[in-house]
Design a protein. Structure first.
Length: 65
């Protein structure tokens, strides 16, 4: 098996650890309300998925009296 000739310098290790970025979330817009939603997930604000009402969402305004 091939084997590394020498170990990485501290600088190289620290450089590698310091330069990285989070992947962007797969956000798309809801076809009904235009809210940013995760793909393949029912819209949390209106309950629409695939242009159909899948779940009924109780609005928070009515709950708070
Ligand atoms: Zn929506």
């Amino acid at each position: 098996m091939a084997c590394p000739k020498r170990r990485w310098s501290k600088e190289r290790t620290h450089l590698k650890r310091s330069t990285w970025k989070l992947d962007k979330l797969n956000l798309s817009k809801c076809s009904n309300c235009g809210e940013a939603v995760l793909s393949h997930i029912t819209c949390p604000s209106c309950g629409f998925y695939d242009n159909k009402q899948v779940i009924v969402i109780k609005s928070k305004e009515k709950e708070t009296k």
